[in-house]
Design a protein around this ligand. Structure first.
Ligand SMILES: [Zn+2]
Ligand SMILES: [Zn+2]
Length: 268
């Protein structure tokens, strides 16, 4: 797949996420001349959906066709574990009951699988960093509908390791947090850093993930007294998210919540 560089875009001013934006029907950045240029541009630069790879008509939709946006498996935050967003019907999951995490509230946009898995793969591993903009629209809508950022001071991306960011050329969680923060008029603060390179969590069995990220984050003293919302792309066991939250709490954060793109249905 081609690596696509994120185009320079004006800072978003939008305060309210409309239903059209949430459902992927918004005409993103289309002027009145767009209908004239789009067919021509499509001939020169064919556009394909990052999920189904079908040719996409027009330039709207942020790299994913409207049918694929509409088919994503969404999650109801009211029917999930409040700490890790695992679908449970609304009660804390067994793991969070056993080891109460430092994340007091969590909300996930969708279930990791189907089109969302493909979309996430394109965003994180195949250079589709331009997907951060439409995904940010959806995370901002989720934050509003769940009030998870209500009264918070800042969004804080869960950083990847330096080496992985260097390899892919961007930090997915940072882009997501930045886009979401613009729409929520909330600052995005890089208050966390990685203390060491760790093997990717996805390469490890669930039992080893907690140990892999234990002490892997350092938090800035600027976290002290703040209410913070962590932003990450995928939560599987919660080990990474909870290690990041713990670091913020140890640095004095008053409360730590989490906003994530996708939640795996069961711990791997
Ligand atoms: Zn598609
Ligand atoms: Zn849980």
């Amino acid at each position: 797949m081609l690596r696509i560089r994120r185009p320079a875009r004006p800072r978003l001013e939008c305060q309210v996420v409309s239903h059209e934006e949430l459902s992927g029907n918004a005409s993103e950045g289309r002027g009145f001349l767009a209908p004239l240029f789009e067919p021509l541009l499509s001939l020169v630069v064919p556009s394909r959906c990052a999920v189904c790879e079908a040719p996409r008509a027009g330039l709207g939709g942020g790299g994913v066709c409207r049918a694929c946006w509409a088919a994503l498996p969404l999650l109801d935050a009211g029917l999930a574990c409040p700490h890790c967003a695992l679908p449970t019907g609304g009660a804390p999951c067994a793991s969070c009951r056993l080891h109460p995490p430092a994340v007091t509230r969590a909300a996930a946009f969708g279930l990791y699988g189907g089109g969302l898995r493909t979309l996430h793969h394109a965003f994180k591993f195949a250079g589709w960093d331009l997907l951060a903009a439409p995904l940010g629209v959806r995370l901002a809508a989720l934050a509003r509908s769940t009030a998870i950022a209500s009264g918070a001071d800042a969004l804080v991306p869960v950083p990847s390791t330096r080496r992985r960011n260097r390899e892919r050329g961007y930090d997915p969680a940072m882009l997501l947090a930045d886009e979401t923060g613009r729409l929520l008029s909330m600052p995005c603060r890089a208050l966390l850093s990685r203390t060491r390179e760790t093997p990717p969590q996805s390469a490890l069995p669930a039992a080893e993930r907690r140990g892999n990220v234990k002490g892997a984050f350092a938090a800035s003293s600027r976290a002290r007294g703040r209410v913070l919302v962590l932003v990450d792309d995928v939560v599987t066991t919660g080990a990474t998210l909870f290690a990041a939250a713990r670091a913020l709490r140890e640095a004095g954060a008053r409360d730590v919540r989490a906003l994530v793109l996708a939640r795996t249905p069961e711990p791997a």
